[in-house]
Every structure is written in C-alpha cells, then in structure tokens.
Design a protein around this ligand. Structure first.
Ligand code: NCD
Length: 299
C-alpha cells in the first residue's frame, strides 16, 4: 500500500503518533515483539532501508530481507508477484524498493501482508514524503500557508513527485519549481496543478526566487536515471547552495533534502540553523515507526 492512500485526517493521526513516539520512545519499545519486517530492496539504498530497519528494531520487532536484486531470486528470474507471496509466509509486513515504476503496487495486489512502497523508479517515494511532511509539521507547527521551492532534478526525482502530490491537499501552499529546462517537473504533475488551480511557477535561477521561499527542498541530480553520462555531467552541478546564497533567504527559511547529497548543498551550509536535512532523517525513523504500527493495527 502507498501511504499517500491515507486521507489528510489519517495522516494527522499518523503524525501525532510519530510525535508521541519521539517523546516517549520507551512506551513503544515492545509493541512489535514477535513481528517481522521484510525489507525487499531491488535497488541500492542506505537511508531508507536502514531507517525502516531501525524503526522496526526500535519497536522490538525483527528484520529480514535483501538489499540488492542480485542477492534475491530475482536474479534467477522470479517475478515480484511470486517473491511477495513467498515473503508473506515469512514476515508480517514488507517495505519494497524497486527500479520499475509500479512494482510495489503489483506486489501489494498479490500480497497477504501490507507492502509499503519504499521508492519505485522515478515515480514515487511515499515514505520520504511522510518524513518531509512530519519535518515541516514538527518544525513549523502546521502544514499550510507557505511557499516551497523545489530545486534540482524535478524530472527524475521521485521524492519531489510524491511531495507535490501530498502538498496539494493542504491549504494555501505555493510551489516554485527551480530546475534546468531538461529536468523540469513532468507534464502530468503540471496538468494536475492546473486542474486544481494551485499557484506555481517554473524558473531556472535559484537566486532570483530565494527571498520568497519558506522552505527550500534541494535534490540530487539522479545519475542512475540518465540515459547518457554526458548529460549528467553537464547538469550535475547546475545548483550549488552555499552560505552566500543562504544570505538571500528569509531568516526562518528551512532547507530540506531527502539525501544523499552530492554537491548541491555545500558543507558550509550544514552549520546554518536553517539546515534541517539531518533532523529530517531522524523524523523519518519516527514516522516509519508510526506507519508500521498503524499498518499492523497495533495502535
Ligand atoms: C531519495 C531516493 O531514493 O529517491 N533518497 C532517499 O530515499 N532518502 C533521494 C535520492 O536518492 O536522491
């Protein structure tokens, strides 16, 4: 299941639970004793996989799984549908990452246990979005009335697609899309924004819009989704956020990034109090704990 299947109200419950977990970890330490999480990762990941594993271990549960397609039976030609039927006999819940768009959804339709989409190709990354929303909510108090700039690879960046998808449901959010022309937000997202009458603009220059933003969501150029290395090399350092650029921003603007960072945020920004990307990682664990508890109906 995709966490974006939740209504805004259900998400509020999830975030309240995540905040309670943050402040009362001990209360939740035994909630998943005897339960197993399978992490089925057909594509490399450190953060998301370890975040899920850490979430389950914090809940007293255990973890099985694989971290690349070559160490699973996919390398023997097994289909995702068969793999999930097998995994359903071993585990109570599964987090799946796959390079093919829609693969976790196919798996979910064949599975007797909840399957969480942990990133499918260039499509969606719903649990990163839960992380982003929880970060915004926790650091700003609410999810409404702000302008968010999304900068970098808006074409292939699945975290961006999921985040826009989620934020359109909240009141008075304005979007500023900052990318080179080759890496613009896909048309289907723009059509959706037009249909919903949501305010947005597309620009190339980050400097030009910096002072308008309440949040700046930086992203890495997604090398693995490019068809040729030349284009990647040309575009990879298009944006570099550094302390000089931060001087143009509001005093309370927050910088988010799903990580891993390559060059797009210079390390001299890390000490700026507006840099929230490492806090974001911590919120990711709390929200995944809340998600596991909710899907296993343990709350
Ligand atoms: C993101 C992803 O996998 O899409 N990373 C993550 O899950 N934290 C972003 C990225 O890889 O650039």
């Amino acid at each position: 299941m995709s966490p974006l299947d939740f209504t805004v109200e259900e998400l509020e419950n999830l975030f309240s639970l995540a905040n309670d977990i943050e402040h009362n970890m001990d209360k939740y330490a035994q909630k998943c004793v005897g339960k197993k999480l399978a992490t089925c990762f057909y594509e490399p990941s450190t953060r998301t996989r370890l975040s899920f594993e850490s979430a389950m271990l914090n809940l007293g549960g255990s973890v099985i799984g694989f971290s690349d397609a070559n160490s699973s039976s996919a390398s023997k030609g097994e289909s995702v549908s068969d793999t999930i039927r097998v995994i359903s006999c071993f585990a109570d819940i599964c987090a799946m990452r796959h390079p093919k768009e829609g693969a976790p959804m196919v798996a979910a339709s064949k599975s007797s246990i909840p399957v969480i989409n942990a990133g499918d190709g260039g499509h969606q990354h719903p649990t990163q979005t839960l992380t982003d929303l929880l970060t915004i909510r926790s650091l700003k108090g609410e999810i409404k009335d702000f302008t968010i700039g999304l900068c970098g690879d808006l074409k292939f960046g699945r975290t961006v697609h999921s985040l826009i998808n989620a934020l359109v449901r909240y009141p008075n959010i304005k979007f500023v899309f900052i990318s080179p022309p080759e890496l613009k937000v896909p048309d289907y997202i723009i059509s959706d924004l037009n249909e919903k009458n949501i305010e947005y603009k597309e620009v190339i220059s980050l400097d030009e819009v910096m002072s308008e933003l309440d949040f700046l969501y930086m992203t890495r150029v997604q090398r693995e989704r490019f068809f040729n290395e030349e284009d990647y090399v040309r575009l990879k350092d298009f944006y570099i956020l550094d302390s000089h650029k931060m001087e143009l921003a509001k005093k309370d603007m927050l910088v988010l990034h799903p990580l891993p960072r390559v060059n797009e945020i210079s390390v001299d920004v890390d000490d700026d109090p507006r840099a929230a990307y490492f806090k974001q990682v911590q919120y990711g664990v709390y929200v995944r704990m809340a998600l596991i508890l909710t899907l296993l109906e343990l709350v």
